[in-house]
Design a protein around this ligand. Structure first.
Ligand SMILES: Nc1ncnc2c1ncn2[C@@H]1O[C@H](COP(=O)(O)OS(=O)(=O)O)[C@@H](OP(=O)(O)O)[C@H]1O
Length: 476
């Protein structure tokens, strides 16, 4: 019954508001969705039936034929088509709801479940603050400097620990031959998208449970705003995996190491932030130091190619843009709404689950992944461990961004890979190269310079504030 009421309400609003006539109706949105989904699903299945898609390089080499899905632009278009078939109707629907004035009818429909769900997705609860509703404030009062240092150390440790284990497990899953014994050659699992989906669903469930059992601030952000960083996160992962096919090891290293400056530039675009010269200088120094260390100490065999093509560079640029947008958008959401890192994790993973499951359904990846799980219990156990690590990593990601912002988070992630290799050199006694040691030195010098410059700036600001107080007092 409530559904019927709301549909009627929407229809009558559509008739009343001339503006709404310019906006496609929900039925049109559904039609657009169905059309795009049909094209995408057909294309994805065609791609699946074509053996070249499953192992493009190997199959093409064996047959000498090149399938149309061998082109990364085609694969990208298929992805865009897939996600577009979810995003476009959702966007049209949000536009329709906003323009039709449906939400202004809250008095009549305030207790209607459908109305409340639509309001949660489209407008959130912006009109009420958490304190009015007796919630708790997400951002605690500024902790003393000593505490802040401890919190930062805790974040570095958490990110390093979870993603170190996550990397090891990911490699193990992709290389392991499941079911191998004397009579059986075993089989490998190669669908990384299924793994990403499993990671996201566990992170989503974990955040949901924590939200249910702990006290959280009243949620005010419209749900759809999480979808932007969720989509950019998925796209950045796609670009990262895709780029491996087209770029050499040094190019990968340089791109990963130089992520800090794009994040700062994106901060200007997304939040209008301004940065001091010392911040750009130290960012460049950290990137240079990490690159020097990784290029001389890192292991070479990480991708199937030793040359960098123009396509590879384009995909890497895409990776950097999506990746820098993700953390900056998350930081912006924290700034605009009173929310906890757990709510952010829940919101982002909700959309990530929707997007990845849609894409898996389109490509028939669900059946493959679940079938493999049922066949090999070891695989199920490995996936569970991987997802637990990923969820723990996400807890730290969202907490770090909420406490220190996007740039500090990216600095930690950038130095993460270097730190892992550095630790393994110390533990296993591998020799460090002179250039590698110099790289480490540059990174530490940059971090020291950054903290020093920040402290100086703060002290200068405090001095200026005191002086202006004094001069105001003298005037009185
Ligand atoms: N801001 C933000 N929000 C949510 N999730 C994030 C974020 N930044 C990184 N990640 C996830 O962390 C995983 C490692 O990412 P990267 O390989 O890009 O990290 S890095 O290069 O070491 O900085 C990788 O996980 P997978 O997507 O499962 O591979 C990223 O998606």
């Amino acid at each position: 019954m409530p559904i019927k009421l709301s549909t009627n309400c929407l229809r009558s609003l559509n008739e009343r508001h001339s503006l709404a006539m310019a906006v496609p109706s929900p039925r049109a949105s559904v039609l657009v969705a169905a059309l795009v989904a049909a094209v995408w699903s057909h294309a994805s299945h065609a791609a699946e039936e074509n053996p070249v898609v499953v192992a493009p390089a190997a199959a093409a080499a064996a047959t000498g034929e090149v399938g149309w899905t061998d082109f990364w632009l085609v694969r990208l278009s298929l992805n865009i088509l897939g996600y577009g078939s979810v995003c476009l109707p959702a966007w049209l629907f949000i536009r329709y709801v906003k323009r039709s004035g449906y939400l202004e009818q809250g008095g009549e429909n305030g207790h209607n479940c459908m109305f409340r769900s639509i309001r949660l997705c489209v407008a959130g609860n912006e009109e009420k603050t958490s304190l009015e509703e007796g919630g708790v404030k997400a951002t605690a009062p500024e902790p003393p400097k000593f505490n802040k240092g401890v919190v930062l150390f805790f974040c570095v440790l958490g990110l390093q620990g979870s993603y170190l284990t996550w990397g090891v497990l990911q490699e193990r899953i992709m290389k392991h031959e499941y079911g191998k014994d004397e009579n059986n050659p075993g089989e490998k699992f190669t669908n990384s998208q299924f793994l990403v989906f499993m990671n996201r669903i566990l992170a989503f469930s974990a955040a949901g449970v924590i939200i249910l059992v702990t006290r959280q601030p009243r949620h005010t952000a419209p749900l759809y705003r999480y979808s932007y960083c969720s989509l950019s996160n998925i796209m950045s992962s796609w670009c990262q995996y895709e780029a491996l096919k087209f770029v050499s090891f040094p190019t990968q290293v340089l791109a990963k190491a130089s992520k800090i400056i794009p994040v700062m530039l994106m901060g200007k675009v997304v939040s209008g932030k301004t940065y001091e010269y010392y911040e750009y200088l130290t960012a460049a120094m950290i990137s240079m130091g990490v690159a020097m260390f990784l290029l001389t100490q890192g292991k070479e065999a990480t991708g199937p190619t030793t040359v960098t093509t123009f396509s590879g560079v384009l995909i890497l640029i895409g990776y950097m843009m999506f990746d820098s947008f993700t953390s900056n958008w998350q930081a912006e959401l924290y700034k605009q709404y009173n929310m906890s890192s757990m709510q952010m994790m829940f919101g982002v993973n909700l959309f990530s689950c929707i997007f990845t499951s849609w894409s898996l359904i389109g490509q028939g990846g669900f059946a493959v992944g679940l079938g493999f799980m049922l066949k090999h219990s070891t695989f199920m156990f490995h996936v569970l461990l991987l997802s637990l690590c990923s969820a723990t990593g996400q807890l730290f990601i969202f907490y770090t961004i909420s406490q220190f912002g996007a740039v500090v988070f990216i600095i930690i992630m950038t130095t993460r890979s270097g730190l892992a290799i550095f630790l393994s050199c110390l533990i296993y006694g591998h020799p460090l190269t002179v250039i590698g040691v110099f790289g480490v030195f540059i990174v530490f010098a940059a971090l020291f310079l950054r903290v020093y410059a920040q402290q100086r700036k703060k002290a200068q600001k405090a001095r200026e504030a005191r002086q202006s107080e004094l001069s105001n007092g003298n005037k009185v």
